[in-house]
Write a protein that binds this ligand. Sequence first.
Ligand code: SOE
Length: 398
Amino acid sequence: MEIPEGKTLGVGMVGYAFMGAAHSQGWRTVGRVFDLPARPAMSAVCGRDADAVRAAADRHGWAAAETDWRALIARDDVQVVDVCTPGDSHAEIAVAALEAGKHVLCEKPLANSVAEAETMVEAARRARERGLVAMVGFNYRRAPAIAYARRMVADGRIGVLRHVRVTYLQDWIVDPEYPLVWRLRREYAGSGALGDLGSHIVDLAQHLAGERLIGVSALTETFIRERPLPAGAVAGLGGSGAGGAARGPVTVDDAALFTGRFGSGAVASFEASRFAAGRKNSLRIELNGDRGSLAFDLERLNELSFHDHTEPAIDSGFRRILVTEPEHPYLEGWWPPGHALGYEHTFVHQARDMVLAIADGTGPEPSFEDGLQVQRVLAAVEESAEKNCVYTPYPSEE
Ligand code: SOE
């Protein structure tokens, strides 16, 4: 796609809550840090509440505010539509934007069902013929240490992969009186910890392994089945916002645990939970191969732990790689070595990769196709959990 006159790329964002704020940070910063073929312009943000969206526009640096996403898509100063709404509206907005000739960045998980994700992939395929880019926002791929780990695995530094072990743990709904927000309702979120956290770790596991899962076996649990309906706006994850007297059913999982198998024969284990007291946003991944191991912990996201199993055992062990050198992925634009990055920078890198994909016309990564594949894994996990194939260790009583 040709970059428009004046080398700016107008962005319009739908949704402005937590993810909208994170994406805004990315769009606002990216042109100052990286040399790009076009500088994103934050043209307009959209939300249903006129006062709230105007306030969000002012706070996050958007030039205009819209209350109808169709109007946002139709704007001449919008070439990229960034979808940061709950999952139930991803498909409708993304497909409409692609059909209107706009590039699309869509928050994860791509959709709330495989069927919706398939529709989005088909729209992206048609749009691609017109030079349009459709990318799904698995931002953790853009932590420099994860990108570097990917390179190390691809370069054979850990050899033949045997294990991937991933956990993504939060604790913002441990309190049974925490209100029934949209993330706890299937009609808005599609699933619970599984889609919200599990989608990230399925994507990361497959991205780092360089291959796809071919089978899963799962169990899910909803610990608290009824919660108070929110009495007003609820701010942030586990943030303020009281529940009222009325209660409603929680219709998603609180935790999802599953194992998986890759085509190569490597095996993986996954745990996604919102009930891990004390774990705020703890994402850990470890890969074991026949030549070594790699481990990443989001709470120490500028580091990788690397064990080289080819070294003499007497000296070997895990050592820390500080991923802050200019040669490390994404680091060329940032601070001198040792000056650490954080969560928000993954969104700056995401914006960078989106602009580069648009400019050089390459297929974006992760694509809507990748998002659909993750969606298929999530659906397989749900199906396995529903079938509940459990063997008891106790002899059955006749
Ligand atoms: C909520 O669990 C959430 O905001 C996820 O939706 C994000 O994808 C993750 O980055 C942080 O936690």
